[in-house]
Design a protein around this ligand. Sequence first.
Ligand code: KIV
Ligand code: ZN
Length: 432
Amino acid sequence: SKKYRPYRPIRLTDRTWPDVEITRPPVWMSTDLRDGNQALFEPMSVATKLEMFDMLLAVGFKEIEVGFPSASQTDYTVVRRLIEEERIPEDVRIEVITQARDHLIEQTMASLRGAKRAIVHLYNATSPVFRKTVFRLDRAGVRAVAVHGAKLIKRLAAAQPQTEWTFQYSPETFSATELDFAKEVVDAVTAVWEATPEHPVIVNLPATVEMSTPNVFADQIEWMHRHLARRDGIVLSVHPHNDRGSAVAAAEFAVMAGAERVEGCLFGNGERTGNVDLVTLALNLYTQGVHPRLDFSRINDVARTVEQCTRLPIHPRHPYAGDLVFTAFSGSHQDAIKKGFTARNSDEPWAVPYLPIDPEDLGRSYESVIRVNSQSGKGGVAYLLEREYGLVMPRRMQVEFSRVVQQAADTSGKEIRADEMWAIFRREYLEP
Ligand code: KIV
Ligand code: ZN
């Protein structure tokens, strides 16, 4: 539905390993309604979840984790309503998560009764601190918990044959788990589920708490990618959190290292510092010339819906979506942007200085691009007066008038809007 401008991939390096660019989008899984929701002051109501679900469909997600039905009555009701009211399009799979405990698995599978297709997401934590401190189990004990859960899910799924099932396993705290043990557990679970290329299983590797630089996480993913026993029957997924502020980089490196699927939230909602931000990831791809297959051509509408549903504001400097990210106040930036707009040729890849993406591709106007305060120069002042009032000033007048505007901005300490500049201009030059 949206136009797609060519963007030029940046190739400024000779490096080729592991991969220095991503050439196709991963499978995206939105966990806004599960991981995103579980970290809110006020978790979403049934109605809010359904509204958010519809928005996620409109953006183009084909896999959406809708909740934790064994832990929350709201989530159970949401799953039932999605199924009973036939709100799930044919090409979309809803996903629900469960811990590896019998009664929770039973409740989870019951919530999905009548679904045409669904992903059941089983998890248990595998790292040493969880084994020792939380579960008091050794490696064999933790592996047995996962295998037991996987067997129960398989048995209950067989009793609901009208549903097209996909199974997913996450060794929670994967990034803190010894790699040989993570492989041992994943191999055991995927053997129970008989993962094959015809019936693949999703193996999701979380950085439950981000604890290393992104290259180290990518090394862990690459090791699993190379060593998992049933790799060709696995969709390898990652689930980065953002505790060190590098979840986006971690996800990008992980995809370069072999991951095919990424779980995250819009605008980086989620536990603590959030899940990886799928908007930034998708639009990073877009600006490298790879269409992400998610539609952010009306990004303000998406942002407002998310703000309403989560009751959390999006930072004005949030990549691509923040109110200020296409705004230049400083004179030299304004001048370069103005020249870039003037020289722009719509047949050529986007190349306006300081603007990594055409704001129009996100449904944003050019209006906010150049704004004037005490940091601004003649270029911005001239640009705004020409755009808003058709006033073309000769260069000397631009220099002279921008000093007057700068003085006004210095005095007020505030931004000067185009109508205020026009009033100053009239006072200075047109009124006797
Ligand atoms: O962060 C995490 O480890 C999770 C899992 C339960 C997938 O959310
Ligand atoms: Zn998580």
